[in-house]
Design a protein around this ligand. Sequence first.
Ligand code: ARG
Length: 233
Amino acid sequence: TFTGCSKSEDVIVMGTNATFPPFEEIQGNEIVGFDVDISKIIAEKLGKTLKVEDMEFNQLLGAVASGKVDFVAAGMTVDEERAKQVDFSDNYFASKQVIIVKEDNDNIVEAEDLVDKKVGVQLGTTGDIFVSGYTSEENGGTIEVIQFDKGALAVAELSLGKIDAVVLDEEPAKKIVANYEGVKIIEAPFINENYALAVKKGNTELLEDINEILAEIQADGTYDALCEKYFGK
Ligand code: ARG
């Protein structure tokens, strides 16, 4: 049988949603970022070629569960519900959710102030889950949640004054806010989270390899160099 002219190579497929700078974003025709670099290192150490599959964020869990991708690297927060569908690696990044508002907005200073407001999120993210979970009984009102495909679209709407706030992960928020006029990140302490890579449930072989590689790059300074490259810290 003919298999085409390229030699068959051992490929490992990473799934992501490239709307999340500096973890993954599209630059030119390329998907680049912190998660992509980590994934390349994983592939290399496993002797494989990395293939990156870009898809909607809320398709990632299904893609890894069905075997369409081997693992997910998408700034994905470890969460109990998700852990029913996939197995998470060790944490590789500590993050938190932040609130973004218009620069002249002094009324929203903490999460409770989001009640009765229009709040933009990226569909299916922990920010979405958090604000969508606000109930009248517990919080004295609900939040009108507007779901976007990308965090940047939510910030664009905020900048135009069409919504009141956006809830997003901290590092992407910093990158995205820098591209829009008249918006700021509120410094109120908010939900803390941890990112991990995800594999298909029961794929302990890959999970153990990934955890070993994460430990290696932390021990040998590679991880710190990536932090410097992408976060300047
Ligand atoms: N950390 C958040 C979550 O897990 C947002 C992740 C969004 N990632 C992305 N690549 N768009 O829900």
